[in-house]
Unconditional design. Structure first.
Ligand code: ATP
Length: 240
């Protein structure tokens, strides 16, 4: 049986009177690339923020378990120690630090200097733009380059689970292709991924399994390839 990495049961989140998530159950098993898709305002980002405990004041109910242990109430630095990394919507790189410093920050829980240097070199090979600009402030990078840096930084801690929030947002088609290539590669290396995306087609093409969310609730769940062929998904999310 596959090992459960993340398990969410009965998650409810309310911002004042707005019920953003209305009782969500979701599971991610080791090695899976699972995607959570849905329209604007469906509650996808809120779900990810509930996992990482980064919500603004609001009411959260339900259970979130990571590697079998309750996650709610865990401080962010402990999450990184437990190898849970997130790339938030809007990237979240340290704009006033250099690219190299950003990557080093991603590795702050590690002590293997040689391994860290080797990983940075590897990311520089994947994203040559980051190498060319290693000493420059991250704030000077384009949106797509910041997305690359945010991904590389999150992966510097060798996460067991990587949470990605809308990695394609605001990027050029070429950049989107590149980012998805990296996501697929990272998944092939065995890293477990929960991907929130509005670009349903790309997300379903990359993922093993998918959940569809509408107005705070799940409406469909299943095999991603099967969903690509589902007439309801095609009509509602693939513009067909
Ligand atoms: P998007 O793709 O646009 O980010 P989403 O599916 O990620 O959409 P959420 O951002 O989780 O959706 O929003 C879900 C609902 O909660 C929406 O109705 C949104 O307006 C509301 N909401 C989100 N953040 C807050 C907040 N800080 N205060 C009040 N309401 C919020």
């Amino acid at each position: 049986m596959s090992e459960n990495i993340l398990s969410i049961a009965g998650l409810k989140v309310a911002y004042g009177g707005i019920k953003a998530v209305k009782g969500l159950d979701l599971e991610v098993n080791r090695g899976e690339l699972v995607t959570l898709i849905g329209a604007n305002g469906a509650g996808k980002t809120t779900t990810l923020k509930a996992i990482t405990g980064t919500l603004p004041p609001c009411k959260v109910e339900g259970e979130i378990r990571y590697l079998g242990q309750p996650l709610r109430g865990t401080a962010s630095f402990r999450m990184v120690q437990r190898k849970l990394a997130m790339v938030p919507e809007g990237r979240g790189v340290f704009t006033r630090m250099t690219i190299h410093e950003n990557l080093m920050m991603g590795a702050y829980t590690r002590t293997d200097k040689a391994g860290i240097a080797q990983d940075i070199e590897q990311w520089f090979t994947v994203f040559p733009r980051l190498k060319e600009r290693a000493g420059q402030l991250a704030g000077t990078l384009s949106g797509g380059e910041q997305q690359m840096l945010a991904m590389a930084r999150a992966l510097m801690c060798h996460p067991t689970l990587l949470l990605l929030d809308e990695p394609s947002m605001g990027l050029s088609p070429i950049m989107v292709e590149k980012i998805f290539e990296v996501i697929r590669d990272v998944s092939r290396q065995g890293i477990t991924i929960l991907l929130v995306e509005q670009n349903a087609k790309l997300a379903l093409q990359a993922a093993h399994r998918a959940y569809v969310m509408e107005s705070g609730s799940l409406t469909m769940t299943g095999d991603a390839a099967g969903m690509l062929d589902d007439p309801r998904v095609r009509a509602a999310y693939l513009g067909e």
